[in-house]
Design a protein around this ligand. Structure first.
Ligand code: SF4
Ligand code: SF4
Length: 265
């Protein structure tokens, strides 16, 4: 039995904001694509064919409501309803959802949730979104990231992909204290599932030489299902190579910065 606690699918990294400390490295991408819906849908099927269970199945961006075919992707995930506990969307509160999203989510309620990041004046649709989802009976949670009430006290600056030259004990400590690992926060982009966002985007940006055993490419037909499942089962047990290029996500000790400060264009 292979259970993933969380899998976040990224249909696009395109965003309405450009946050300097974006942990998904959005400012490092030059106009990222909206991935073709059939491609992402096939990746979703492939992920559910690999894992027996995915407790929290999530859609994140970029800004997820920029993705016009989002309702189709939710419907595709819902076809695997017996394999996940909750479906979660994350949005930055700048846009209303594209057509069809509310009815797809309503059909999953109460086993779904929309998580809204409220960045104050940068997130003008927060109240509209809360009312919309309430009207459709869709669970919704707003996290405040402005003023004195910043969720988790603000953001961590983990934007550099420089090689850090850590010793092995330092790598182990970084990994042990990493909330990405504690939350088992696996992400999938372009069919590649990584144990953490740093490994995923470090590879995608060509900044970290991620070795084959650190991720699974659901589109790679040269690797067997069993081999892929073995790699997924090892996620979170040993530090990925990416830790050597990472400042870490230490939820207790890391310095915090104001959320959502915008980067220069
Ligand atoms: S809203 Fe900001 S933090 Fe979120 S994906 Fe966009 S740029 Fe990144
Ligand atoms: S590279 Fe290591 S420390 Fe950085 S987010 Fe991934 S697991 Fe955590």
């Amino acid at each position: 039995m292979l259970t993933l606690r969380r899998l976040a699918v990224i249909p696009t990294l395109r965003c309405t904001l450009r946050c300097r400390l974006c942990c998904n490295s959005v400012p490092l991408y030059d106009r990222p694509p909206l991935l073709p819906a059939e491609e992402v849908a096939a990746d979703i099927d492939a992920a559910f064919a690999l894992a027996d269970r995915i407790e929290w199945f999530q859609f994140v961006g970029g800004e997820i409501f920029l993705y016009r075919d989002l309702a189709d992707l939710i419907a595709r995930a819902a076809a695997h309803r017996s394999q996940f506990d909750r479906l979660i969307l994350m949005t930055n509160g700048t846009l209303l959802p594209p057509p069809g999203v509310c009815s797809e989510l309503a059909s999953l309620a109460p086993d779904c949730e929309v998580q809204i990041s409220d960045y104050g004046p940068l997130s003008p649709r927060v109240r509209d979104l809360e009312e919309l989802f309430a009207r459709h009976g869709i669970p919704c949670r707003t996290k405040i990231f402005h003023g004195d009430l910043q969720h988790y006290g603000g953001w961590v600056d983990n934007t550099s992909y420089a090689f850090r030259g850590y010793t092995q004990p330092q790598v182990q400590e970084l990994f042990r204290s990493c909330w990405q690992i504690r939350l088992a926060n696996a992400h999938m982009y372009r069919g590649r599932i990584h144990p953490c966002i740093r490994s995923l985007f470090g590879q995608d940006l060509g900044l970290i030489p991620v070795p084959p055993g650190d991720y699974v490419d659901v589109r790679d037909l040269s690797q067997s299902r069993e081999e892929k499942r073995e790699i997924l089962a090892r996620f979170g047990q040993l530090p990925p190579l990416a830790c050597r290029y990472c400042g870490g996500f230490d939820s207790l000790r890391a310095e915090r910065f104001p959320a959502a400060e915008q980067a220069a264009p």
